[in-house]
Design a protein around this ligand. Structure first.
Ligand code: NAP
Length: 244
């Protein structure tokens, strides 16, 4: 029987590359989105046309009820949830005093509470199965901090803390909880960064290039596979060596 994965925030970027990779490897894939119905629909139908098993599901992961429905509907549709990839995230650049309360709350609500909500909702399912893989998408800024991204960095540091704590809590139930921590990856999240800033950033990346979404998807896929069965509570950096 095919395994099932939910990839939150997979209408584009890293999530879309991850959804595509898992679908190509034979997983049933739930493509979750919140606002981007059109791009989620486009991705879902293009994969379905290739005979792959995917469905789209709208849910705002920052809302516990919606996260619970996402899990419940996936279970109803596919009968098991083998892997949850908590990828949905948002960012905003600005000095701490230039970011309004609504915007900073939203960053914490989506990036940290969203991961917490989906983990909370999926845990009873995976404990009951006595198996499962949870992979959280953190960020290198959650490890070393970024100026002008204080809320974002703090939310991602929280994701790393959550990953380690939940790994300990769920290990006795044979559930692995790990994180990937991307560096600068070419997605719409970085669309507003100027070419000059990107060029100077690349100079500081030992592998000499910005990452592609598939670079992160490959690490996520490894953490979902049997090859990582003895790995839990870890953070895998995917940053071209930017922080070592
Ligand atoms: P992206 O292209 O902006 O995609 C973000 C995805 O998250 C979209 O599919 C978006 O869908 C979804 N999303 C946002 N809020 C949501 C919510 N409340 N509920 C459900 N889905 C939601 O960003 P990306 O670069 O691929 O980022 C993916 C993850 O990698 C994020 O967690 C990000 O923080 C992390 N990351 C990215 C980089 C980078 O350089 N790109 C580096 C480190 C970490 P809708 O439009 O439908 O809301």
């Amino acid at each position: 029987m095919s395994k099932t994965v939910i990839v939150t925030g997979s209408s584009r970027g890293i999530g879309a590359a991850t959804a595509m990779l898992f679908a190509e490897k034979g997983y049933n894939v739930v493509i979750n989105y919140n606002n981007s119905f059109e791009s989620a629909k486009l991705l879902t139908s293009s994969l379905r046309e290739r005979g792959l098993s995917v469905i789209g599901m709208k849910a705002d992961v920052s809302n516990l009820k919606e996260a619970e429905i996402l899990i419940k509907e996936t279970l109803y549709k596919f009968g098991s949830i083998d892997c949850l990839v908590n990828n949905a995230g948002i960012s905003q650049i600005g000095l701490i005093n230039d970011i309004g309360e609504y915007d900073s709350n939203r960053i914490f609500d989506v990036n940290l509470k969203g991961v917490y909500n989906c983990c909370k909702a999926v845990t009873p399912v995976m404990v009951n199965q006595k198996s499962g893989k949870i992979i959280n998408v953190a960020s290198m800024w959650g490890e070393v901090g970024a100026s002008c991204e204080v809320a974002y960095s703090a939310s991602k540091a929280g994701v790393i803390g959550l990953t380690k704590a939940l790994a300990k809590e769920l290990a006795p139930s044979n559930i692995n909880v790990n994180a990937v921590s991307p560096g600068l990856i070419e997605t719409s999240m970085n669309a507003n960064i100027s070419i000059d800033v990107l060029d100077s950033f690349v100079n500081d990346i030992p592998l000499g290039r910005i990452g592609e979404p598939i670079d992160v998807a490959n690490a996520i896929y490894f953490l979902a596979s049997d090859l990582s069965d003895y790995i839990t509570g870890q953070v895998i950096d995917v940053n071209g060596g930017y922080i070592i």
